[in-house]
Design a protein around this ligand. Sequence first.
Ligand code: ZN
Ligand code: ZN
Length: 288
Amino acid sequence: MKTLKQGGYDLFKGRTLIVATMHKKENVIAPILEKELSVYCKTIPDLNTDNFGTFSGEIERKDTPIETVKAKALAALEKSTETLVLASEGSFGSHPSSPFISANEEIVVLIDTKNNLEIRGWHLTTTTNFNHQEISTISELIEFAERIGFPDHNVIIKTNTVTGKIKVWKNFESQEELKSTAINLLKGNKSIHIETDMRAMNNPTRLKAIENAVIDLVKNIKSLCPCCKMPGFSIVEAIRGLKCSLCNLPTKSVKAYIYKCKKCDYFCERAKENVSEEDPMYCDFCNP
Ligand SMILES: [Zn+2]
Ligand SMILES: [Zn+2]
């Protein structure tokens, strides 16, 4: 009897998956992947993902988020004998379409070197406490800390030394410790810089965004190529030109997506779900 070519996300079943993190991201990632893909998740004890850039600015991120997340994943695999790995990378700043709103973008990537597969998950949210401020009094410190959700969410304090080097204080265990650090620093500095700690273990709001990116990844993994049945048949391009419901002319809104298989290169166009026309409010002809 001819054996069927293995396909579907069954090809991950029973395998060990390395979660490339040193910031406790496995707490949200492992339960989802173990349930959805029947894998066993483990971390690498001596992995240092800070080499790829830190949020507090001690080490600059040199590459794009997608290059960084892939490099992190492969660095973790190199330290193990496994062939399946997941890494995540976050970015913070203004929302791409609303510059006055802060946003958090999370990318996760699953790399399977045994089957030569790379599948991504993505989540963009305005639910973030990402913030920073110059403070010169303890009441400003307390106000900032309360606003960003301390102590469940932590903060980082930075000062400039005379040589122009940035010094960083982090991992505060209580409000007393945070206060006494700031009191001491304000004796020698007119003001100090305080910012939200965006590392996953110190930021439950960010951890939730990572969880949503992992849910998106699982959705992409479970999307199988109609041609070769490999997982990861997902969106590679958006096609704009959704028709206006009033004048019937094309708008800038997305009408369809191109889905592509990373394994056999088969691709097809699929209309965006649950939308057939655009509100004239977003039409350049009806509402210029
Ligand atoms: Zn395919
Ligand atoms: Zn129109």
